[in-house]
Write a protein that binds this ligand. Sequence first.
Ligand code: ADE
Length: 231
Amino acid sequence: MIGIICAIPDEIAYFKDLHIQKQSQIAKFTFFEGEIANKKVIIVESGMGKVNATIITTLLIQKFNCNFIIFSGVAGGLDPSLKVKDIVIAQNIIQYDYGLIRNKEFETYQAGYLPFYMPTDEIGYKLKDSLLNKIKICLNNIEINYGTILTGDQFIHCPEKRKELFEKYKAQAVEMEGAAVAQVAESFNVDWLIIRALSDLAGEDSSFDFINFLKETASLAAKIVCKIIEK
Ligand code: ADE
C-alpha cells in the first residue's frame, strides 16, 4: 500500500477528486483509501508541521501497512534560479531547525541525536539511489529539480532568512513536514519520497504568492505523484 500525505486541504483536494472507495478516522485524521492506476493508495491530510507529519507517517506504516510514503504539497523556493510553479523532489531533506546554540550561533545537527557530535557524515535524509533513478526515468519528459529541501516548524516570509538558508545549505526549497516523514519512514525501513511545487519564494511576497498560487501548485505536485504511481 502506498501512503500519500498532504498537509492542508488545498494539497489534498486533487486526490479527493480521484475515486475513493473507503474512508476511516483515527483521532482527528481522516484516511481515504482508493486506487491510482490500479494500485492501492491511502491519502490523508496531516495538518502542518513536523509533529503532525510524524503522527501520520507512523499511522500509515503501523495501522495501514504502507510500504512507501509520499508527501505531496507546496514549498517556498530558496534557490534564486527557481520560480513559482517549479517542481522540487528531495534528493536530500534536512530538519534545519534541529541543533545546538553555541556562542549565540545556531549549528544544525542530525535530528534525534545529542547535538555535541555528528553521528552522520552529512546532515539529512537521502533519497535512495535506486528510487531516484526510477523516478528520473519515469519523469524524464518533465522539468524537475532534484535537490535539497529544508524542513522546519516555521513559514519563511523573510528575504534575509531566505538568503541565509540558501547560502548555508545550498537548498532549493523550504517546507514544514518532509524531513519528519523521511525520519519516521527510515526508522521503519520504509521508502519515502517528497514532492513539492513552489507556491512562493519565501521572501516578502511569500504570503501573497502562497495564497494566490496554492491551489494551482498543489495540484502540480499531486499530478506528478499520480504519474509516478501510474508508471
Ligand atoms: N510552504 C510553502 N511556502 C513555504 C514557506 N515560505 N515557508 C515554509 N513552508 C512553506
